[in-house]
Design a protein around this ligand. Structure first.
Ligand code: SF4
Length: 282
Protein backbone atom coordinates (compact mmCIF):
# COMPACT_ATOMS: atom_id res chain seq x y z
CA UNK A 1 0.00 0.00 0.00
CA UNK A 2 1.39 3.39 -0.95
CA UNK A 3 2.28 6.05 1.65
CA UNK A 4 -0.53 8.28 0.35
CA UNK A 5 -3.04 5.52 1.00
CA UNK A 6 -1.86 5.18 4.58
CA UNK A 7 -1.90 8.95 4.92
CA UNK A 8 -5.54 9.11 3.87
CA UNK A 9 -6.45 6.48 6.46
CA UNK A 10 -4.41 8.27 9.13
CA UNK A 11 -6.18 11.52 8.32
CA UNK A 12 -9.52 9.86 8.99
CA UNK A 13 -8.27 8.56 12.33
CA UNK A 14 -7.17 12.03 13.32
CA UNK A 15 -10.56 13.42 12.43
CA UNK A 16 -12.15 10.64 14.43
CA UNK A 17 -10.12 11.72 17.47
CA UNK A 18 -11.96 15.02 17.22
CA UNK A 19 -15.23 13.12 17.22
CA UNK A 20 -16.09 13.87 13.58
CA UNK A 21 -15.95 10.41 12.01
CA UNK A 22 -15.81 6.82 13.15
CA UNK A 23 -12.44 5.15 12.80
CA UNK A 24 -12.24 2.96 9.72
CA UNK A 25 -9.55 0.34 9.25
CA UNK A 26 -8.40 -0.85 5.84
CA UNK A 27 -6.49 -4.06 5.24
CA UNK A 28 -5.22 -5.22 1.88
CA UNK A 29 -6.42 -8.75 1.19
CA UNK A 30 -5.28 -9.18 -2.40
CA UNK A 31 -3.58 -6.93 -4.90
CA UNK A 32 -2.64 -8.57 -8.15
CA UNK A 33 -2.11 -6.48 -11.29
CA UNK A 34 -5.04 -4.19 -11.79
CA UNK A 35 -7.13 -5.97 -9.12
CA UNK A 36 -7.34 -4.90 -5.50
CA UNK A 37 -9.36 -6.41 -2.68
CA UNK A 38 -9.64 -4.55 0.61
CA UNK A 39 -11.22 -5.46 3.92
CA UNK A 40 -12.90 -2.48 5.56
CA UNK A 41 -13.67 -2.65 9.28
CA UNK A 42 -15.46 -0.31 11.67
CA UNK A 43 -17.44 1.36 8.93
CA UNK A 44 -20.95 1.07 7.53
CA UNK A 45 -22.88 0.52 4.31
CA UNK A 46 -23.34 4.15 3.44
CA UNK A 47 -19.63 4.98 3.68
CA UNK A 48 -18.52 1.99 1.60
CA UNK A 49 -21.25 2.68 -0.94
CA UNK A 50 -20.22 6.33 -1.18
CA UNK A 51 -16.62 5.26 -1.86
CA UNK A 52 -17.90 2.84 -4.52
CA UNK A 53 -19.99 5.53 -6.19
CA UNK A 54 -17.18 8.09 -6.04
CA UNK A 55 -14.83 5.60 -7.70
CA UNK A 56 -17.25 5.22 -10.60
CA UNK A 57 -18.24 8.85 -10.95
CA UNK A 58 -15.74 11.28 -9.39
CA UNK A 59 -12.20 9.92 -9.66
CA UNK A 60 -10.71 11.84 -12.61
CA UNK A 61 -8.88 10.25 -15.52
CA UNK A 62 -7.81 11.45 -18.94
CA UNK A 63 -9.57 10.35 -22.15
CA UNK A 64 -9.74 11.52 -25.75
CA UNK A 65 -12.50 14.11 -26.10
CA UNK A 66 -11.78 15.98 -29.35
CA UNK A 67 -10.72 14.36 -32.64
CA UNK A 68 -9.79 16.36 -35.75
CA UNK A 69 -9.71 13.96 -38.67
CA UNK A 70 -7.67 15.03 -41.69
CA UNK A 71 -7.98 11.74 -43.55
CA UNK A 72 -9.84 8.54 -42.77
CA UNK A 73 -9.98 5.87 -45.48
CA UNK A 74 -10.73 3.07 -43.00
CA UNK A 75 -13.97 1.11 -42.97
CA UNK A 76 -15.02 2.95 -39.79
CA UNK A 77 -17.01 6.18 -40.11
CA UNK A 78 -15.32 9.24 -38.58
CA UNK A 79 -17.82 9.19 -35.69
CA UNK A 80 -17.24 5.51 -34.94
CA UNK A 81 -13.46 5.92 -35.07
CA UNK A 82 -13.67 8.97 -32.77
CA UNK A 83 -15.88 7.07 -30.32
CA UNK A 84 -13.41 4.20 -30.34
CA UNK A 85 -10.53 6.57 -29.64
CA UNK A 86 -12.46 8.06 -26.72
CA UNK A 87 -12.71 4.62 -25.12
CA UNK A 88 -8.95 3.91 -25.26
CA UNK A 89 -7.77 3.89 -21.59
CA UNK A 90 -4.90 6.37 -21.20
CA UNK A 91 -2.43 6.32 -18.32
CA UNK A 92 -3.26 9.26 -16.10
CA UNK A 93 -0.89 11.36 -14.02
CA UNK A 94 -3.04 12.90 -11.29
CA UNK A 95 -0.17 15.10 -10.08
CA UNK A 96 0.42 16.85 -13.42
CA UNK A 97 -3.15 17.21 -14.64
CA UNK A 98 -6.30 18.74 -13.21
CA UNK A 99 -9.94 18.91 -14.24
CA UNK A 100 -10.68 21.66 -16.80
CA UNK A 101 -12.43 24.83 -15.68
CA UNK A 102 -16.04 25.56 -16.68
CA UNK A 103 -14.70 28.13 -19.16
CA UNK A 104 -12.36 25.58 -20.78
CA UNK A 105 -15.26 23.14 -21.16
CA UNK A 106 -17.54 25.79 -22.63
CA UNK A 107 -15.00 27.08 -25.15
CA UNK A 108 -13.35 23.67 -25.72
CA UNK A 109 -10.03 25.54 -25.44
CA UNK A 110 -8.28 23.26 -23.00
CA UNK A 111 -5.08 24.31 -21.23
CA UNK A 112 -1.98 22.10 -21.00
CA UNK A 113 -2.75 21.32 -17.32
CA UNK A 114 -6.04 19.66 -18.23
CA UNK A 115 -5.34 18.16 -21.66
CA UNK A 116 -2.82 16.28 -23.77
CA UNK A 117 -2.47 16.20 -27.55
CA UNK A 118 -2.09 13.06 -29.66
CA UNK A 119 -1.44 12.45 -33.35
CA UNK A 120 -2.18 9.32 -35.33
CA UNK A 121 -0.76 8.59 -38.78
CA UNK A 122 -0.99 5.18 -40.43
CA UNK A 123 -0.88 3.80 -43.97
CA UNK A 124 -2.28 0.46 -45.06
CA UNK A 125 -2.08 -2.39 -45.36
CA UNK A 126 -1.97 -2.67 -41.57
CA UNK A 127 -3.94 -2.95 -38.36
CA UNK A 128 -3.94 0.35 -36.49
CA UNK A 129 -3.28 -0.16 -32.79
CA UNK A 130 -3.64 2.10 -29.77
CA UNK A 131 0.17 2.30 -29.62
CA UNK A 132 0.10 4.17 -32.96
CA UNK A 133 -1.33 7.14 -31.04
CA UNK A 134 1.67 9.41 -30.45
CA UNK A 135 1.38 11.45 -27.27
CA UNK A 136 2.94 14.86 -26.59
CA UNK A 137 3.44 13.72 -22.96
CA UNK A 138 5.17 10.35 -22.38
CA UNK A 139 3.27 9.99 -19.07
CA UNK A 140 -0.05 9.93 -20.95
CA UNK A 141 -0.20 6.97 -23.30
CA UNK A 142 -2.51 4.04 -24.12
CA UNK A 143 -2.64 1.68 -21.14
CA UNK A 144 -3.06 -1.29 -23.50
CA UNK A 145 -0.85 -0.55 -26.54
CA UNK A 146 -1.96 -3.60 -28.52
CA UNK A 147 -5.64 -2.66 -28.51
CA UNK A 148 -6.74 -2.67 -32.19
CA UNK A 149 -8.48 0.48 -33.43
CA UNK A 150 -9.19 -0.36 -37.07
CA UNK A 151 -7.78 -2.03 -40.17
CA UNK A 152 -6.39 -0.33 -43.28
CA UNK A 153 -6.16 -1.95 -46.70
CA UNK A 154 -3.52 -1.24 -49.35
CA UNK A 155 -3.52 2.48 -50.18
CA UNK A 156 -5.78 3.45 -47.26
CA UNK A 157 -4.63 6.05 -44.78
CA UNK A 158 -5.53 7.68 -41.45
CA UNK A 159 -4.29 11.08 -40.30
CA UNK A 160 -5.76 12.78 -37.26
CA UNK A 161 -5.09 14.89 -34.19
CA UNK A 162 -6.78 14.17 -30.89
CA UNK A 163 -7.06 16.01 -27.59
CA UNK A 164 -7.37 14.01 -24.40
CA UNK A 165 -8.98 15.87 -21.52
CA UNK A 166 -9.31 15.20 -17.80
CA UNK A 167 -12.85 14.28 -16.83
CA UNK A 168 -14.98 12.20 -14.50
CA UNK A 169 -17.22 9.18 -14.99
CA UNK A 170 -20.25 11.24 -13.96
CA UNK A 171 -19.90 13.07 -17.30
CA UNK A 172 -19.12 10.02 -19.46
CA UNK A 173 -18.25 6.40 -18.67
CA UNK A 174 -15.01 6.72 -20.68
CA UNK A 175 -13.57 8.66 -17.72
CA UNK A 176 -14.51 5.96 -15.19
CA UNK A 177 -11.27 4.56 -13.75
CA UNK A 178 -12.50 1.04 -13.15
CA UNK A 179 -15.08 -1.42 -11.96
CA UNK A 180 -15.87 -1.77 -8.27
CA UNK A 181 -18.29 -3.54 -5.96
CA UNK A 182 -18.49 -4.49 -2.30
CA UNK A 183 -20.15 -7.04 -0.08
CA UNK A 184 -20.32 -7.84 3.59
CA UNK A 185 -18.07 -10.58 4.91
CA UNK A 186 -20.38 -13.20 6.46
CA UNK A 187 -20.20 -14.46 10.02
CA UNK A 188 -20.41 -18.25 10.06
CA UNK A 189 -21.22 -20.14 13.25
CA UNK A 190 -20.85 -23.90 13.39
CA UNK A 191 -23.37 -25.35 15.80
CA UNK A 192 -22.75 -29.03 15.11
CA UNK A 193 -20.20 -30.85 12.97
CA UNK A 194 -22.45 -32.00 10.11
CA UNK A 195 -19.96 -32.87 7.32
CA UNK A 196 -22.73 -32.76 4.71
CA UNK A 197 -22.45 -28.96 4.98
CA UNK A 198 -18.83 -29.12 3.74
CA UNK A 199 -19.88 -31.34 0.84
CA UNK A 200 -22.45 -28.84 -0.46
CA UNK A 201 -20.28 -25.73 0.04
CA UNK A 202 -19.29 -24.62 -3.51
CA UNK A 203 -16.40 -22.37 -2.43
CA UNK A 204 -14.61 -24.56 0.12
CA UNK A 205 -15.44 -22.08 2.89
CA UNK A 206 -16.57 -25.05 4.96
CA UNK A 207 -14.23 -28.03 5.00
CA UNK A 208 -13.87 -31.44 6.57
CA UNK A 209 -10.74 -31.12 8.73
CA UNK A 210 -10.00 -34.50 10.29
CA UNK A 211 -13.68 -35.39 10.57
CA UNK A 212 -14.63 -31.98 12.00
CA UNK A 213 -16.52 -29.26 10.17
CA UNK A 214 -14.45 -26.08 10.03
CA UNK A 215 -14.55 -22.64 8.43
CA UNK A 216 -11.49 -22.13 6.19
CA UNK A 217 -11.98 -18.46 5.24
CA UNK A 218 -15.19 -16.51 5.78
CA UNK A 219 -14.19 -14.07 3.03
CA UNK A 220 -14.70 -16.76 0.39
CA UNK A 221 -18.34 -17.37 1.38
CA UNK A 222 -20.80 -16.23 -1.28
CA UNK A 223 -23.88 -16.44 0.98
CA UNK A 224 -25.46 -19.16 -1.17
CA UNK A 225 -26.94 -20.67 2.05
CA UNK A 226 -26.55 -24.24 0.74
CA UNK A 227 -25.02 -25.25 4.10
CA UNK A 228 -27.98 -23.81 5.99
CA UNK A 229 -30.43 -25.62 3.69
CA UNK A 230 -28.85 -29.00 4.53
CA UNK A 231 -30.75 -29.21 7.82
CA UNK A 232 -32.62 -25.90 8.07
CA UNK A 233 -29.75 -24.18 9.90
CA UNK A 234 -29.42 -26.75 12.69
CA UNK A 235 -25.67 -27.21 12.03
CA UNK A 236 -24.50 -23.93 10.51
CA UNK A 237 -25.67 -20.35 10.88
CA UNK A 238 -24.62 -17.81 8.23
CA UNK A 239 -25.40 -14.11 8.53
CA UNK A 240 -23.91 -10.88 7.13
CA UNK A 241 -21.04 -9.67 9.32
CA UNK A 242 -19.85 -6.16 10.12
CA UNK A 243 -16.76 -6.01 7.85
CA UNK A 244 -16.81 -5.35 4.10
CA UNK A 245 -14.86 -6.61 1.12
CA UNK A 246 -14.28 -3.89 -1.46
CA UNK A 247 -13.17 -5.06 -4.91
CA UNK A 248 -11.59 -2.59 -7.31
CA UNK A 249 -10.46 -3.42 -10.83
CA UNK A 250 -8.70 -0.65 -12.73
CA UNK A 251 -9.33 -0.14 -16.45
CA UNK A 252 -5.66 0.83 -16.75
CA UNK A 253 -5.62 4.61 -16.35
CA UNK A 254 -4.67 4.51 -12.62
CA UNK A 255 -3.40 1.95 -10.13
CA UNK A 256 -6.27 0.36 -8.18
CA UNK A 257 -4.91 1.68 -4.85
CA UNK A 258 -4.62 5.15 -6.38
CA UNK A 259 -8.30 4.96 -7.36
CA UNK A 260 -9.38 4.23 -3.77
CA UNK A 261 -7.06 6.92 -2.36
CA UNK A 262 -8.47 9.50 -4.74
CA UNK A 263 -12.09 8.52 -4.01
CA UNK A 264 -11.51 8.96 -0.26
CA UNK A 265 -9.71 12.25 -0.91
CA UNK A 266 -12.63 13.50 -3.05
CA UNK A 267 -15.09 12.47 -0.34
CA UNK A 268 -13.14 14.31 2.36
CA UNK A 269 -13.11 17.45 0.20
CA UNK A 270 -16.86 17.14 -0.47
CA UNK A 271 -17.58 16.70 3.26
CA UNK A 272 -15.53 19.80 4.11
CA UNK A 273 -17.37 21.80 1.44
CA UNK A 274 -20.70 20.56 2.78
CA UNK A 275 -19.65 21.46 6.32
CA UNK A 276 -18.75 25.00 5.21
CA UNK A 277 -22.07 25.40 3.39
CA UNK A 278 -23.96 24.28 6.50
CA UNK A 279 -21.99 26.78 8.63
CA UNK A 280 -22.73 29.57 6.14
CA UNK A 281 -26.43 28.72 6.25
CA UNK A 282 -26.55 28.90 10.06
S1 SF4 B 1 -23.32 -19.97 2.54
FE1 SF4 B 1 -22.62 -21.17 0.76
S2 SF4 B 1 -20.53 -20.46 0.40
FE2 SF4 B 1 -21.09 -19.78 2.44
S3 SF4 B 1 -20.34 -21.38 3.79
FE3 SF4 B 1 -22.47 -21.89 3.33
S4 SF4 B 1 -22.39 -23.22 1.56
FE4 SF4 B 1 -20.37 -22.25 1.72
Amino acid sequence: MSPLFLMVVAERREENAEGVYRTMKIAKIKGKGSMLQLQLSDTNDWYVNVVRRLILSDVPTIAIEIVEIQKNDSILYDEVLSHRLGLVPLTTDLKSYRLPSAEEIQTQEYLAQSSCKFTLEAKGPCIVYAKDLKSKDPKVKPAFPDMPLTKLLEGQEIRLEATAVMGVGRTHAKWSPGHTFYRRIPEITIKSSNLACAQVCPTGTLADKGGKLQVTDEKTCILCMACVDVDSGKSVDVKPGTDFLLHVESYGQLESAEIVEKAIEVFNVQLKEFDQLVKQAE
